[in-house]
Design a protein around this ligand. Sequence first.
Ligand SMILES: C[S@@+](CC[C@H](N)C(=O)[O-])C[C@H]1O[C@@H](n2cnc3c(N)ncnc32)[C@H](O)[C@@H]1O
Length: 207
Amino acid sequence: MTHAAPSEEPQLLVSCAEGPPDWRALFGHDNPLAVEVGVGKGVFLARLAKTSPGVNVVGIEIRAKRIEKIVKRIRAEKLANVRILQGDARAIFERAFANDSVAAVYLNFPDPWPKRRHAKRRIFRGEFPACVHRVLIPGGRWYACTDVLAYTREMIGSVDALGIFVNEGDATGFSERPAGYPASIHEEKFRAWGRRIHYMRWKKRDR
Ligand SMILES: C[S@@+](CC[C@H](N)C(=O)[O-])C[C@H]1O[C@@H](n2cnc3c(N)ncnc32)[C@H](O)[C@@H]1O
């Protein structure tokens, strides 16, 4: 009889069905947490984890097919500081993270849902910005970018109106590309097409 060697690889896919995961136990240490929402194929997630080895990076992606690709990429690149949650980030934020526990949230090229009847699906609508605020540590940052100008304006308008974040952009609310920001696959593609990309950055306002 043969026995499979015990796997040294960590369980990348984490569940929060039973409540918030014990991130400290899962990563084996208490490094700061960063969360990417809408990971896609995992290019930004892997780059962020590689360039920030002192940060524990959690990716949230709704589509199962993409999860397979992300897991493959993270395993191939042997990144120990990544974990993945599958599901709708709007529900997952409620369950997976304690108050004041996440240092940074990244949202790159959220689906713009251009048809009017689909606009309510935009992630910025509803409770999501308040959920991001709840999980961020004081002074924690929320980074977002998109190529859709109207969507940028909507995000800036709705987040700024809450009064719970400091917009760190210019007088119009738009930011510069953050120094050292890893490129996502969409950013690379749109840049190659010559499309303009809009960046946003908010800091959690002190209570
Ligand atoms: C336009 S793609 C951008 C992918 C990647 N961020 C990039 O910049 O290349 C949007 C991604 O967000 C995921 N997504 C959309 N809504 C989501 C939600 N509510 N929760 C988690 N992921 C979501 C989609 O499945 C898709 O992978």
